[in-house]
Design a protein around this ligand. Sequence first.
Ligand code: CU
Length: 219
Amino acid sequence: MKHVIATLALVVLLSIPAQAVSVTGRIRFTGRAPGVAVQTIVYAEALDGNRIQPGQFKLIQRNKSFVPHVLAIPAGSTVSFPNNDPIFHNVFTLSTPGPFDLGLYRAGTSKDRVFKAPATYRVFCNIHPQMSAFVLVVPTSYITEADASGMYRLDLPAGRYRITAWSERAEPSSVEWTAAVSGAAVPDVTLDESKFVETSHKNKFGQDYPKAAYDTKKN
Ligand SMILES: [Cu+2]
C-alpha cells in the first residue's frame, strides 16, 4: 500500500507543469568596439528535452538595409522578406544547409522561407553590397536580446538549460545552469569580440560585386 501511495504521489508530481521562472543575466564583452551597435542574442536550450515552438517572423528590406540586422528564430519558423523600398532587391544566402535566392521583386511584395535546421544564415542583396543580415536559427523558443550593457531577461519553465550568447563578432559562448527560482542570476557569459575583422562578401554567384554596385549615390 505504501508503494502504491508513493507511486501515485510521483505521478501527481510529474503531471504538474514546470513552474515558469523569470531570470536575468549579463553578457560580458572582451574587445567590443566602442560606439558600434552590435546585437547580442541570448537563447536557452532545455537540457531535459527541448520545447520548440516555431513562429512567423519578418526580415524587412527598408532604406536599402535589412530590419532587423539580426533575426533570431526557433528552428522550423517561417520568415517573410517584404520589400518596403520603391526599388528592386534580390535577397539571397549562400549559407548551408539551405542556400536560397529569392530573385528580384518589387515594392510591396514579399516571399517566404522556412528555416528547418539550426544554423547561422548570412543574408545579402545581390544588387546592394551594403545590405547584410543574419538569420540565426536556434534549437529552442527561448530567445531574447541583451541590451547595450549586456543585460538580459529570460522567462523559462524551471529546469536545466544551456544558455548561449551570440554576436556576429564573436564565437558563441555558453553556460549550463539550472533555472529554479524567479529573480535568480544566470552566471556571466563572456563574448570575445577582440578578434573580429570586417570582411567584404561575394554576390550570389560567388563573385565580387561590380565596382558600380558600391556607388551608394546611384545605388
Ligand atoms: Cu538591394
